[in-house]
Design a protein around this ligand. Structure first.
Ligand code: FAD
Length: 244
């Protein structure tokens, strides 16, 4: 990793093309050194993007400077998820819009900084609600709920966040926009043929999961399926159900 001074100077140079905010001062960095956990680490910088393009610029910047991004919404994580040495990307300030609502099909498209209870206030007149009842629901945001696969008191009935996600729009480290969601086998095979980082991801998943030895090991080690609320490791069982 390059030193702090170089990264900080380069980030400040980016301000002319960055719509949101970039902070490299000590005061702001210290404010973002903690979340709801016991951990503390002063980040290199703090940013508050205003657009997807801002995030794309940060992704490319982090790749070039061999540093990490720390996406952050409300910062209520308990295990240090939003604490680190990289660049904090706080989407809670500007990326807070409910973009689209389809009442008939019962789905909503949101930016990551939408607070869970505010989303439910918006959905209430239609008799709908986003069900994971995370205790911090009056401040936790959809980006963080997806990141943590958050759930709550009635998780055995309502499931966790991933059970209610249709798709996620993301930016890969090569700066390309991708959409992750359920795929039919035919669509999956098509993704595997892509000559790009996105294609590498699908090929990699296919290669790991089609390996006989891996399959046996996964079956041997996989947690008891009757335990519904488990949040560690990869949800390969869910993935498989979609893929087959
Ligand atoms: C008192 C208390 C009670 C809690 N109770 C519960 C509970 O009942 N159930 C539960 O599940 N959790 C609980 N939590 C933990 C936490 O509140 C939840 O997991 C919550 O959903 C996190 O949301 P957040 O907006 O604070 O996310 P953050 O803490 O800001 O981020 C969470 C994760 O998501 C990632 N992330 C955020 N935005 C993005 C993005 N745009 N792109 C990619 N990654 C992103 C972050 O990098 C991080 O890894 C509790 C915490 C506290 C302090």
């Amino acid at each position: 990793m390059q030193n702090y001074k170089t990264i900080s100077e380069d980030l400040n140079e980016m301000k002319s093309i960055f719509e949101g905010d970039i902070y490299t001062d000590r005061h702001t960095r210290v404010l973002y050194a903690t979340d709801a956990s016991a951990y503390r680490e002063v980040p290199l910088a703090v940013t508050r993007p205003k657009s997807e393009e801002d995030i794309r610029l940060l992704v490319l910047f982090a790749k070039k400077h061999n540093t990490s991004l720390i996406p952050r919404t409300a910062g209520t994580s308990l295990a240090g998820q939003v604490v680190g040495r990289g660049i904090v990307v706080d989407v809670s300030k500007h990326l807070t819009k409910i973009l689209e609502f389809n009442e008939k099909e019962r789905w909503v498209r949101v930016q990551p900084g939408v607070v869970r209870d505010e989303l439910n206030k918006f959905l209430e007149p239609a008799g709908l609600f986003f069900s994971p009842e995370t205790s911090t629901s009056d401040r936790c945001m959809i980006g963080g709920m997806v990141g943590n696969n958050a759930c709550g008191a009635h998780s055995l009935i309502y499931g966790s966040t991933r059970d209610h996600i249709i798709s996620v729009r993301a930016i890969l480290s090569d700066g390309i926009y991708v959409e992750f969601g359920s795929l039919l086998k035919k669509q999956f095979d098509k993704k595997c043929k892509l000559n790009s980082l996105e294609g590498d991801i699908y090929r990699n998943i296919h290669s790991i999961l089609s390996d006989q030895e891996n399959q046996e090991e996964i079956r041997r080690q996989f947690p008891d399926k009757s335990i519904k609320r488990r949040n560690t490791g990869y949800a390969i069982d869910v993935f498989k159900a979609v893929y087959v």
